[in-house]
Design a protein around this ligand. Structure first.
Ligand code: NAP
Length: 539
């Protein structure tokens, strides 16, 4: 007797209730799909649910970050600052979830441990850590690109008797800094925000820095009621601007040729950039700054002088100026009084290039020079970015192949959305997609909309599986690699290039991000849909 095929419990399972999962759920419910969202946290919000560390805030303009799909929502929500802090963003996402009745379709506190494609049933079988198994036709990952936090591979971490926090897993209860001697390890975008925020509150602060980053002022400010009303009348222009810039931010490159601008004009322009809010100082620059090492050196020196002006102790200032990479070739941390923190008597910098950390002890941090005693250690040591969240779930596709093995030497994908051998597994913010190098909500809208159309198409055509062709996957991966050529980002070690010193094997260049820009990526997706999803195989 022929085996009876069993229907899956769900048409669609979305893993993750962050910015991306929320919007995907909304689109799936509009299509009356049987859908559920599985989320590890006890509430929605993703990045903004977890990262509750002091100082956490946007570096996208708040009004360029909100969802664009509902005019009513845009008109109802008031942002209080040009770059809102984490609690406000989390409230916003909760507001969206409640306004569109999404909460009942979300399951919180459940962690997906593995997912296996059942080739007989053409279904994904999703295992949760609580022992349950769910099944679905389409498995959509909205698991975040910076959600697999990594602690430093330093011996003795568990020996420390004081308080210890990774910024991503910051406690929900208030943490007091009063009278405390605090260490911060890590000076990326997160460390920089934490340091500036807690410096005035702690008894003493020691910053353990391995490689400094080029940081620049955020220039945040309040939004008055009248200004917010004004912003609400301009949303069309705001989103139109985001649509045309490579990063989908309100900031796009200056299209003038560097050489066509006189030195005096250039310096005045750079002064203006430095005084502008947000990423203008990075993304509003001449394009050659990030392509031509000599021009990049000039701009880096301009920024280095700003650091020298802001930090009183010249020795400390020099230590805070990166020497191993040029400005903007790693993600630029935006800051508010970060450099000034080092002018306070209670703040000092430990340069780990001079005195590396030997271990964590019961009392604090031992370097080659001394044992530093602390009440609290804050690990701002970042993430196993983009692929890390995939590696922490065991995805098994056709013929027992795991995604972990497939991507061991670096990700390979078609359009950054699917991998060959993993039918109906669609990554909404996966490696090599456009969404991971953009103003996130703008970037994911493109993929969520494309995925929605794909699922609608398959339903209407009665198709059960979609999977990329091997040639298409190889072609896209080569295309992604080619975008790294001539781009100075590819010469630096950062999460853009797949580097994480704390994860074995992640010390070599991996092609993680699509650098062709959001407009190009959007155009490719639109064309692909128009051409009936070329490069994908349907059954
Ligand atoms: P990150 O940029 O990867 O920085 C991690 C820091 O920890 C680096 O300074 C790194 O030093 C240091 N580190 C790691 N392991 C270490 C070890 N074993 N010993 C000593 N130092 C160690 O991570 P992040 O700061 O969390 O930022 C990640 C990304 O999150 C950002 O680039 C940004 O995209 C996002 N983010 C966004 C916002 C925002 O929107 N406002 C805020 C925060 C973060 P090395 O550089 O030497 O490896």
């Amino acid at each position: 007797m022929a085996e009876q095929k069993t229907a899956a419990d769900h048409d669609v399972i979305i893993i993750g209730a962050g910015v991306c999962g929320i919007y995907m759920l909304y689109r799936m419910l509009q299509m009356d799909m049987n859908v559920t969202v599985l989320e590890t946290g006890d509430g929605p919000g993703g990045t903004w649910y977890w990262n509750r560390y002091p100082g956490a805030r946007f570096d996208s303009e708040s009004y360029s970050y909100g969802y664009s799909f509902s005019e009513e929502l845009l008109q109802e929500w008031d942002w209080s600052e040009h770059f809102a802090a984490q609690p406000e963003t989390l409230s916003y996402l909760n507001y969206v979830v409640d306004k569109f009745d999404l909460r009942d379709h979300m399951q919180f506190g459940c962690k997906v441990s593995s997912a296996r494609f059942d080739e007989n049933l053409n279904q994904w079988r999703v295992q949760l850590e609580d022992g349950r198994e769910l099944s679905c036709q389409f498995l959509l990952t909205a698991i975040g690109m910076l959600s697999a936090a990594t602690l430093p591979n330093i011996q003795g971490r568990d020996d420390f008797n004081g308080e210890a926090y990774h910024t991503y897993y910051w406690p929900h209860e208030e943490v007091s800094f009063e009278g405390k001697n605090v260490a911060v390890i890590g000076t990326g975008a997160t460390g920089v925000q934490v340091i500036a925020e807690i410096a005035p509150k702690v008894k003493s602060l020691k910053v353990f820095q391995r490689r400094p980053n080029w940081c620049a002022p955020l220039h945040n400010s309040q939004i008055s009621k009248a200004e917010m009303e004004e912003i609400k009348t301009h949303y069309d222009e705001i989103f139109a601007k985001c649509l045309e810039t490579p990063g989908a931010f309100l900031h796009g490159p200056d299209r003038r040729e560097y050489a066509s601008v006189s030195e005096a004009e250039r310096l005045a322009f750079w002064e203006r950039l430095y005084d502008s809010p947000g990423f203008e100082v990075w993304l509003g620059n001449f394009r050659e700054v990030f392509m031509d090492p000599a021009i990049n050196r000039e701009y880096s020196e301009f920024i280095a002088n700003k650091i020298r002006q802001r930090v009183k102790n010249p020795e400390t200032a020099e230590k805070l100026i990166p020497k191993d990479h040029g400005f903007g070739t790693r993600r630029v941390p935006m800051e508010t009084r970060y450099y000034e923190a080092y002018n306070q008597d209670n703040v000092s910098l430990v340069d780990l290039n001079e005195t590396p950390i030997e271990c964590i002890t019961e009392k604090g941090v031992r370097t080659t020079a001394a044992e530093h005693e602390f009440d609290m250690i804050i690990y701002a040591t970042g993430f196993d970015a983009i692929t890390g969240a995939f590696d922490r779930i065991q995805f098994t596709g056709r013929d027992g192949q795991t995604l972990y093995d497939k991507w061991e030497d670096g990700p390979v994908t078609y359009l950054g959305i699917q991998a060959c051998g993993f039918p109906n597994l669609l990554a909404l913010a996966g490696p090599q997609s456009g969404s991971v190098s953009t103003n996130f909500p703008r970037g994911i809208e493109d993929i969520v909309n494309w995925t929605t159309d794909l699922i609608r198409y398959m339903k209407s055509e009665g198709l059960s599986t979609v999977e990329p062709e091997a040639d298409a996957e190889a072609m896209w991966t080569e295309h992604v690699k080619s975008m790294y050529e001539g781009n100075m980002v590819s010469t630096t070690q950062s999460w853009f290039t797949g580097y994480n010193s704390n994860v074995p094997g992640h010390d070599k260049l991996r092609y993680m991000v699509y650098f062709g820009g959001a407009p190009k990526y959007r155009e490719i997706l639109t064309e692909n849909a128009k051409e009936h999803y070329q490069g994908f195989e349907f059954h």
